[in-house]
Design a protein around this ligand. Structure first.
Ligand code: KIV
Length: 293
């Protein structure tokens, strides 16, 4: 049975912490699902860690749908949240509704995520009224990186902290089932978590949010150019991959791979019969050379 929106909300009421991870493809989705991770976010961060864009701004709805559908094929139990990319929910609530519906119908997600607070509240209301569960996202909103002038901590000043609190309340009133707090001082995130009744999911927002989300590639050490301050590396997969791939390349070069155990046999008489019709190979090799192998 797939995790439901009510179960996620219930986790806050019971004081159960909610672990969430980004996921971009089928194989990892199967692994995370098998481990019982309750919520997977097909984040538009895939634009940076999977597609090689500099920011999340260029990510398209089609790209998101492609990856969300792969995750949905792999994860049968986790609640899947599909990130709505830049400009797919800003132009009008009607456009947002059409695009969010595609995320559920074509992507197989059970919910969508939108960045922004008060400014997207009306859109959130339209989507939830139409039966599309919405996760909010306030604090550092990477799709606005050009407006924000970089990836900076949000809500440190009195007016900025008040704005974030108002954003959180507006999202709750508009009907979000939970909200991401990104790169927000821990004390402010704790206060917001106490003020709203829906779960807060932190990333760089301290230990007192109701749940945490991490970009999987940071956590697994797959993207190892740098470690963001909010991330903890639980594995060093990029190093493991380098070691494994160098070993493979070396063994192919020196002939150590493959050996007989990696190949397939055939009946010697069948091969003999097949070769009877072959005088010279197309590449000019004599038949004896083929037989000698
Ligand atoms: O796209 C993403 O991965 C996100 C998380 C960082 C919350 O939005």
């Amino acid at each position: 049975m797939r995790v439901t929106i009510s179960q996620i909300k219930e986790m806050k009421r019971k004081g159960e912490r909610i672990p969430m991870l980004t996921c971009y493809e089928y194989t990892m989705a199967r692994i995370f699902d098998g481990l019982g991770v309750p919520m997977l976010l097909v984040g538009d961060s895939l634009g940076m860690v999977v597609l090689g864009y500099e920011t999340t701004v260029p990510v398209t709805l089609d790209e998101m749908l492609h990856h969300t559908a792969a995750v949905a094929r792999g994860a049968k139990r986790a609640l899947i949240v599909g990130d709505m990319p830049f400009m797919t929910y800003h132009t009008s609530p009607a456009d947002a509704l059409r695009n969010a519906a595609r995320m559920l119908q074509e992507g197989g997600a059970q919910a969508v995520k939108l960045e922004g607070g008060i400014v997207v509240a009306e859109t959130v209301r339209r989507l939830t009224d139409a039966g599309i569960p919405v996760m909010g996202h306030i604090g550092l909103t990477p799709q606005s990186v050009n407006q924000l002038g970089g990836y900076r901590v949000q809500g440190r000043s009195v007016p900025a902290a008040r704005r974030l609190i108002e954003d959180a309340r507006a999202l709750e009133q508009a009907g979000v089932f939970c909200m991401v707090l990104e790169t927000v001082p821990a004390a402010l995130a704790k206060a917001i978590t106490g003020l709203v009744h829906v779960p807060t999911i932190g990333i760089g927002a301290g230990p007192d949010c109701d749940g945490q989300v991490q970009v999987t590639y940071d956590l697994l050490g797959l993207f190892d150019d740098f470690v963001p301050k909010h991330a903890k590396r639980y594995a060093r997969l990029a190093e493991e991959i380098r070691t494994a791939v160098s070993a493979y390349v070396g063994e192919v070069r020196d002939g150590a791979f493959p050996t007989g155990e990696h190949g397939f046999t055939m009946d010697a008489a069948a091969l003999e019969a097949a070769l009877e019709h072959v005088g010279t190979q197309p590449n000019g090799e004599a038949r004896e050379t083929v037989e000698a192998r």
